[in-house]
Ligand binder design. Structure first.
Ligand code: HEM
Length: 310
C-alpha cells in the first residue's frame, strides 16, 4: 500500500466523490462539493473593449445571469466565518439558447498542480480526522508535494471577506479565447467587486454565527444593485498554462470585459444547474490543465447523484 505522505499515482472523479463523502458525511440530494450556497440573479453587460478585441458570442449583447455563491467543501452546515475557500459560479444565458459557465474561488491558486496532489491532501486530512495520521505527516506530504500547500498557506494569511459581495473571485485555470484577428489568446480571469475587498476582523470571525452570508447578500442587494467587474488577464510567453497552483505575475495586461450586476438573491433557480466550467461558448476553450479537465466528470457525478436524491 502506498504511503499517505505521497500523492497517489492516479486520481479519478469517483475518488473525489468518495473522499468528499468521507470528509463531510452523506447529504442526499445536495452538491458533493460546495454543498452550502445561495443563488442570485442579474445581468451581464459586456464592455466595448471586449466586443472589439474578442470574437465570442459571450460579448455580443447584455445577457441574463444566474449566480451561485458557496462555501467550499461538502458540508451543508459549514462555518462561514472560517478561513476556507468560497466560490462564485455564473451561468450566462446567451442569445440563441447558448450558454457559458464559469466557477471560481476566493483563493488565487488551487491546492495542487494536478488532481493527484489534491486527492492526496484530502486523503491525509481524512486520515488525520480519523486519528490515523498526524499533522507532522501532513507536513511531510507538503514537503513531497509543495504545490499542494500554497492554497492553505494563502488562506491562513488572508482573512475571509465580510460578504460574498466584498470578495475577489479567481478563475484560477487558463482558458483560451479567439481574438478578432483570429489568433488564440490564453487568459485567466478575476471577478472584482465594485465595493472593493472588505475583510472580517479576527474579532468578528470569533463572534459570527455559522450562517450569515446569505442574509448579508440579500440585505446588500435590497440596498441597491451589486456589481463586479470581470477582468481577463492575458498570458505572456512562459506563463504556466496548465498548473492551477501557480499564480501569474501581477503585471499581465488586464482587460475589463464587462460588468455583472446582481438584482435579486435566494430561491431554487441554481438547484437544477451543473456549473461545469468546461461548458464554454464559441470563441472560448478550456486549457489542458488536468484539474480543470477532471472537474467535468466530478461535477457530472455529483449532479447525477443529487438529482436522484443520493
Ligand atoms: C480536482 C478538483 C475539483 C473537484 C474534484 C471538484 C469537485 C466539485 C464538485 C463535485 C462540485 C459540486 C458540483 C455539483 O453538484 O453541481 C463542485 C462545485 C464547485 N466547485 Fe469544484 N472541484 C474541483 C476544483 C475546483 C476548482 C479549481 C474551482 C475553482 C477554480 C472549483 C470551484 C467550484 C465551485 C465555485 C463550485 C460550486 C458550483 C455551484 O455553485 O454549483 N472547484 N466542485
Amino acid at each position: 500500500q502506498q504511503a499517505i505522505t505521497q500523492a497517489p499515482t492516479s486520481a479519478t472523479a469517483n475518488d473525489f466523490i468518495e473522499v468528499f463523502q468521507q470528509l463531510s458525511g452523506e447529504h442526499p440530494g445536495i452538491r458533493k462539493g460546495h454543498a452550502k450556497g445561495v443563488c442570485a440573479a442579474g445581468t451581464f453587460q459586456p464592455s466595448a473593449t471586449a466586443q472589439a478585441r474578442f470574437d465570442t458570442p459571450l460579448f455580443s449583447e447584455d445577457t441574463a445571469i444566474t449566480v451561485r455563491f458557496s462555501m467550499g467543501g461538502g458540508n451543508p452546515n459549514a462555518n462561514e466565518a472560517a478561513n476556507a475557500p468560497r466560490g462564485m459560479a455564473v451561468l450566462f444565458d446567451l442569445p440563441n439558447s447558448n450558454q457559458h459557465k464559469i466557477a471560481g474561488l476566493t483563493t488565487p491558486m488551487f491546492a495542487g498542480k494536478n488532481p493527484e496532489q489534491f486527492l492526496g491532501l484530502l486523503r491525509i486530512n481524512y486520515a488525520i480526522a480519523q486519528g490515523e495520521a498526524t499533522a507532522a505527516d501532513r507536513e511531510t506530504y507538503f514537503k513531497n508535494n509543495p504545490e499542494a500547500a500554497h492554497q492553505g498557506e494563502w488562506l491562513q494569511n488572508h482573512q475571509p471577506a465580510a460578504e460574498y459581495t466584498s470578495a475577489n473571485y479567481f478563475g484560477i485555470h487558463t482558458f483560451y479565447t479567439t481574438l478578432t484577428n483570429g489568433e488564440l489568446q490564453a487568459f485567466r480571469w478575476t471577478l472584482v467587486p465594485q465595493a472593493g475587498e472588505v475583510l472580517l476582523t479576527e474579532q468578528e470571525q470569533q463572534k459570527l454565527p455559522h450562517s450569515f452570508l446569505a442574509k448579508r447578500l440579500s440585505d446588500r442587494i435590497s440596498q441597491g444593485a451589486v456589481t463586479y467587474e470581470w477582468h481577463w488577464h492575458l498570458a505572456e510567453s512562459g506563463d504556466p498554462l496548465n498548473d492551477p497552483s501557480q499564480v501569474w505575475p501581477k503585471d499581465r495586461e488586464t482587460v475589463n470585459v464587462g460588468t455583472l450586476t446582481l438584482a435579486e438573491a435566494g430561491g431554487e433557480a441554481c438547484t437544477p444547474i451543473n456549473f461545469d466550467p468546461n461548458q464554454v461558448t464559441d470563441g472560448i476553450s478550456a486549457s489542458q490543465d488536468p484539474v480543470l479537465q477532471i472537474r467535468s466528470p466530478a461535477y457530472a457525478i455529483s449532479f447525477g447523484k443529487r438529482l436522484q436524491k443520493q
